[in-house]
Design a protein around this ligand. Sequence first.
Ligand SMILES: *Cc1c(COP(=O)(O)O)cnc(C)c1O
Length: 225
Amino acid sequence: MRDHLRENLDRVIHNIEQARLSVSGHHIVKLVAVGKYTEIENIQSLYELGQRAFGENQVQQLESRANQLIELPIEWHMIGTLQKNKINKLIKLNPFLIHSIDSIDLALALDSRLQNSDNQKLDALMQINSSGEITKSGIEAEKAIELYHEMQERCTNIDFQGVMSIGANSDDRSEVQRNFETTYAVFEKLKKSGANICSMGMSGDYELAIKCGSNLVRVGSKIFR
Ligand SMILES: *Cc1c(COP(=O)(O)O)cnc(C)c1O
């Protein structure tokens, strides 16, 4: 399994490298390895192969893994939909970055719990639903800029670092590309407000996402399967 993981990781890193160089030598892309389909042993193996940033889409799973691997200097990312009843648990875990702030309601709830928790601060991204699919969470692209500013203003304990989006679940590459371009356009406009992370791209579309400007990809199955 370890050799298999090494091959997968090498391949993904190679592909990221090719895609990023096609944008620019100065375009740096971060890889977050998504462990939701795998066993904790494989996360540890990937860590030993040099990977440091890991993502989980459930608070429960993040908690269990972060606690079991507490000795390792892993950077944990919360990438999945956050339910309000899990906020306190998540705050205690102090993740490196929350990718999935998908409503002003959630932002305000998180912010007030942070204030009550010794004025703790957290970094987060606003999730944009650029495909418009009703099954996906996230803020409509048309409202994203205004809401981002409103969240920044009202949520003093959340440091907004940029945007996140999940590409359309479609075989039509041009549709996926349009979604990424929509998200990237929002990101560009938010740069002057401090946005520096554009989190887009998963196993099926990370190269395309990078070509559209993503600087953080979240890859699970192409590494762990
Ligand atoms: C599962 C998941 C990923 C990784 O998905 P793969 O297609 O396996 O790479 C990325 N982002 C989010 C939000 C996820 O839930």
